[in-house]
Design a protein around this ligand. Structure first.
Ligand SMILES: NC(=O)C1=CN([C@@H]2O[C@H](COP(=O)(O)OP(=O)(O)OC[C@H]3O[C@@H](n4cnc5c(N)ncnc54)[C@H](O)[C@@H]3O)[C@@H](O)[C@H]2O)C=CC1
Ligand SMILES: O=C(CO)COP(=O)(O)O
Length: 355
């Protein structure tokens, strides 16, 4: 990897002007300003946000706000937006992806002709593809035929709304090629966003995808009126099954006790800002799946990824009881009360079992 993240100026395209794409583009712009303030000779960083809707793009360019997602919050005025993906990608050294995991493959096929061959691709996404059971970095590597040193992931306890308000947060930048992770870390480090590096792409991605499913389960418990013992039990046993699956897929188990594992799980399961937890809460309170889907305007990745994650578990012989209960409740008409009874009645086990 050469100029993109060395001493030359850098152009970064963020694709997806929804909740997290908007905020992440803002982090990068703020990070670049801070770097320049501290080191006037630092490379200039240009950030462009691609969005599907002309109204969002126009608002970002005219008012430096994204009123659909964060009304009243000022974005960095250097951030520009476009609804033309070819324009956003033209000459981009780094391409950050923030669209729903289940649409990514089709999006990449469309975007591929406009991508620079030596670009670095960064996924912000937390899901597992239905059917192929691919992690997001695997979809990227397959569709774009990019080598592993140019595909990275950012994940962690990052509820977008809090970071839009520039509240302090941390995350992990993961890439098997450490040098890439370190260079991205320096591009994304702002006064309020502190990324750590990791080479454990598998652990970081599985942690991010599975916390959404456990967040659904905790939300259901909340909606059913249960208290903190129930929720702490689901979080802890949820982390146990996340770790079992991740390790079976080749991850380092320590990653799952870090920011992209436990950190993200705790944030999602505790926060009313989480779409997955809120989705589960509504189901637990008695709304139907159709009602909740109709009310949910933003992406709740766990709803679809619960099925692909469960299948990954079957494929690798890993027991995922909470995920299985979530799938049965979402997709096979099991009521939250029946699921809970079945979960509590499972055969007795030592706390630590499986891989
Ligand atoms: N919102 C958050 O706090 C965080 C979200 N994430 C992850 O980031 C990813 C994106 O999530 P959000 O930005 O929150 O979702 P969102 O629902 O707010 O935004 C998704 C964006 O993708 C676009 N989109 C939807 N369907 C599309 C399609 N078929 N083709 C192209 N674009 C399409 C939408 O127009 C929207 O701009 C998800 O994988 C999520 O798990 C990760 C960390 C934090
Ligand atoms: O990934 C997230 C926080 O890190 C956001 O969680 P939700 O997708 O449930 O809102």
């Amino acid at each position: 990897m050469t100029a993109p993240m060395g001493t030359d100026n850098v152009r970064i395209a963020v694709l997806g002007a929804g909740s997290w794409g908007t905020v992440f583009a803002n982090i990068i712009a703020d990070a670049a300003d801070l770097a320049r303030e501290r080191h006037p000779e630092a490379p200039a960083v240009e950030v462009v946000l691609w969005g599907r809707r002309a109204s969002v793009v126009e608002a970002v360019n005219r008012t430096s706000q994204n009123p659909d997602y964060f009304p009243g919050i000022d974005l960095n005025p250097r951030l520009t937006a476009t609804d033309d993906a070819a324009k956003a990608l033209s000459d981009a050294d780094v391409v950050v992806l923030a669209v729903p995991s289940q649409t990514l493959r089709g999006n990449l096929v469309e975007w591929r002709p406009h991508l620079r061959e030596d670009a670095v691709i960064v996924s912000l996404m937390k899901g597992v593809e239905l059917g192929t059971l691919s992690r997001v970095s695997q979809i990227i590597a397959e569709v774009l035929e990019f080598p592993e040193e140019r595909v990275a992931v950012v994940s962690g306890p990052n509820l977008a709304r809090e970071i839009a308000e520039r509240q302090p947060a941390t995350a992990v930048v993961a890439c098997p090629h450490e040098e890439t992770a370190v260079r991205l870390q320096s591009l994304f480090k702002s006064a309020y966003f502190r990324p750590y590096t990791s080479t454990d792409l598998v652990g970081v991605e599985i942690g991010g995808a599975m916390k959404n499913v456990i967040g659904l389960a905790v939300g259901m418990a909340e909606g059913m009126g249960f208290g903190d013992n129930t929720k702490a039990s689901l979080i802890t046993r949820g982390l146990a099954e996340t770790t079992r699956l991740a390790v079976a897929l080749g991850a380092d188990e320590h990653t799952l006790s870090g920011l992209a594992g436990m950190g993200d799980l705790v944030a999602t399961c505790s926060s009313p800002l989480s779409r997955n937890r809120t989705f589960g809460e509504k189901l637990g309170a008695g709304q139907t799946l159709e009602q909740v889907i109709a009310e949910t305007k933003q992406t709740a990745e766990g709803v679809k990824s619960s099925e692909s994650i469960l299948e990954l578990g079957w494929r690798h012989g890993v027991d995922l009881p909470i995920t299985e209960a979530v799938v049965k409740m979402l997709h096979h008409d099991l009521s939250p009360a029946e699921a809970l009874t079945a979960f509590m009645a499972r055969s007795s086990k030592p706390e630590r079992y499986g891989v």
